[in-house]
Design a protein around this ligand. Structure first.
Ligand code: B1M
Length: 216
């Protein structure tokens, strides 16, 4: 039953059907399925398939856009169920954004949702953000962690640029840097001097707890 629902969620993203994806997400919650599992086993598998079809030349930009829209519609239904109880004490403050030149927001937003669900206060500054914009948000919100997402091999280098800009602004010792996104690796994170890399939203939460030295 649950596998069938995950497959349907994935298919709605592959077919680029935002209304179907939204409706299926509602049905999944009504059936008592876990929201995060619906994301990981359903929606994410669907959007990965869309990415593969795009890379193979079978899908074009419109299919990529509508697939992302379908995923976002379903996520909007599932996110409140992932957030849970918000009354606990703040574990740490995180400025989160996607780097300059990069419009990919879904993974970054998911990381933010899971951080909030686990007691972090998240300042999501959005996509296509320059190092200067990250720095302004860090200062304004007195952040403990800055999280930079990059989905393109061409924009990964902006994560390095952010770390250099933090050093120039004498902020590097005051804020921990966490990086992620599909093309980013642990090795790359180490090379650019980040404090940590997370492969997915769950490991991003574990990493954030370690970075603020708090028990998970
Ligand atoms: Co884009 N795109 N895209 N795209 N797109 C990719 C990334 C690509 C791999 C597709 C492909 O060719 N197979 C490819 C990049 C190739 C490369 O550089 N190696 C690509 C390309 C080429 C492009 C364009 C250049 C296409 C064009 O215009 N010709 C263009 C670039 C625009 C720009 O940014 N300047 C473009 C545009 C788009 C859309 C706007 C249409 C759309 C995004 C819509 C949106 O976000 N609102 C889009 C989409 C949807 C994708 C794919 C299909 C899916 C991305 C996604 O949302 N995944 C993607 C293919 C793929 O990744 N397999 C692709 C789901 C999400 C849950 O996963 O984002 O990986 P992800 O996040 C994960 C982890 O990575 C991690 O946790 C998340 C949750 O598990 N994570 C972090 C992410 N950020 C983190 C931060 C952390 C820690 C963990 O700490 C701070």
């Amino acid at each position: 039953m649950s596998d069938e629902m995950y497959a349907k969620l994935a298919q709605a993203v592959i077919d680029g059907e935002p209304e179907d994806a939204e409706q299926l997400a509602k049905e999944a919650l009504e059936q008592g399925l876990d929201a995060l599992t619906c994301v990981n086993e359903g929606l994410t598998k669907g959007i990965q398939k869309v990415g593969e079809l795009f890379a193979n030349g079978e899908y074009f930009l419109p299919e990529l856009i509508i697939g992302a829209e379908a995923m976002k519609k379903a996520l909007a239904v599932l996110e409140p169920a992932m957030l849970g109880d918000q009354s606990r004490e703040v574990v740490g403050r995180v400025v989160l954004g996607t780097v300059e030149g990069d419009m990919h927001e879904i993974g970054k937003t998911l990381v933010g949702t899971m951080l909030v669900a686990n007691g972090f206060q998240v300042f999501d500054i959005g996509v296509d953000k320059s190092a200067g914009e990250f720095i302004a948000a860090i200062q304004e919100n007195n952040a403990d962690i800055v999280g930079a997402s990059a989905l393109l091999t061409t924009t990964m280098l902006q994560q390095k640029k952010l770390i250099e800009a933090l050093k120039e602004s004498n902020l590097r010792d005051k804020v921990k840097v966490m990086v992620g996104g599909a093309p980013v690796t642990e090795t790359f994170a180490t090379e650019i001097g980040a404090d940590g890399y997370a492969e997915d939203a769950i490991s991003a939460v574990d990493l954030a707890f370690r970075l603020v030295d708090a028990p998970a």
